[in-house]
Ligand binder design. Structure first.
Ligand code: ASP
Length: 310
């Protein structure tokens, strides 16, 4: 039997110790820890990696501090459009939704697409119908609103009006995700996001794109990314890690670090990712100033970190 492991992230970006009050820092650690606890409980009870990653991501979506579900960022039109995906490494089944608003947990809408349709990705009214028919709870727009995200939108729009280009996309993004290896050695990944502040209406990032921001295959790894989505898509970030392992014989950590520190970092792709292989090894590289992240293994050693010098 494999020793299980789980990693979560709450987004990478310009996260500086000087900008976080001790209370805010504690709240982020607390959110990550609760997500780890939810996933750990599933895995310790011999549950599946898929159940563990969706349980962990639901906790992060419910926590308004993170840019997913409640607390998602706004498009330039002042609307929240959420993307999410899941992938099961044992079957390579996957489900994804893009540009949706309504399901309390977009990750469960993605899982409904995987479990209740013959398709991988749905958008528009039918994505919502599939979620509703699967019993996924819905909320009004007011539930998802947070003043902090609204204020961030206003200041980004003002910068645009003033002709000030935000040279640092890391300031505008954030995402949540989880990867797990269960006791059977099965892998799974789940990712959920509001995308990037002031994104164009209809813009879809890497999160729901299988092989870019989300991926799982028992033969190699499960990956959940966070960062400048367009670059993750163009460099097929998650699939590239798997390819380096499969064809190049690289370890999980070598492959993950190469993609984050070279492919992405050298091409304006700020961000990071969490990854796990079928032996339960974990890797969590990032090239930004910080990444909200946490891991737990079978021995119950819960670890959460935010800054680079954690
Ligand atoms: N990758 C997400 C997107 O581009 C945002 C993020 O992870 O920060 O939609």
């Amino acid at each position: 039997m494999t020793r299980f492991s789980l990693a979560v992230h709450g987004g990478a970006g310009t996260i500086r110790r000087a900008n976080l009050t001790p209370q805010a820092e504690a709240a982020y650690h607390n959110g990550l820890k609760r997500a780890l606890q939810a996933g750990h409980a599933v895995l310790a009870d011999h549950g599946s990696a898929m159940d563990a990653v969706t349980a962990a991501v639901c906790v992060l979506e419910d926590e308004p501090l993170f840019n997913a579900g409640r607390g998602a960022v706004f498009t330039s039109d002042g609307v929240q459009e959420m993307d999410a995906a899941v992938m099961d490494g044992a079957t390579r089944m996957a489900g994804a939704v893009a540009g949706i608003l309504g399901p309390r947990n977009p990750v469960m809408a993605a899982r409904a697409v995987m479990e209740h349709t013959d398709h991988v990705m749905l958008i528009g009214p039918n994505a919502l119908k599939v979620a509703r028919d699967a019993g996924v709870p819905f909320e009004d727009a007011g539930y998802f609103f947070t003043q902090a995200r609204w204020d961030a939108l206003q200041s980004t729009l003002k910068m645009r009006r003033d002709g000030i280009e935000d040279s640092d996309p890391a300031r505008r993004h954030g995402t949540v995700g989880a990867v797990a290896c269960d006791m059977q050695g099965n892998l799974a990944a789940a990712t959920s996001t509001g995308g990037m502040t002031a994104k164009a209406p209809g813009r879809v990032g890497d999160t729901p794109v299988i092989g870019a921001g989300t991926y799982a295959d028992n033969a190699t790894c499960a990956v959940s990314g966070t960062g400048h989505g367009e670059v993750f898509i163009r460099f097929t970030a998650a699939a590239e890690i798997a390819a380096r392992m499969r064809h190049g014989g690289q370890s999980l950590d070598q492959a993950a670090k190469h993609v984050v520190m070279q492919d992405l970092a050298q091409n304006d792709g700020s961000g990071g990712l969490i990854a796990v292989d079928a032996q339960g090894n974990l890797s969590r590289p990032f090239n930004s100033e910080g990444m909200y992240r946490g891991t737990v293994t079978q021995d119950g050693d819960f670890q959460t970190d935010i800054f680079r010098d954690a």
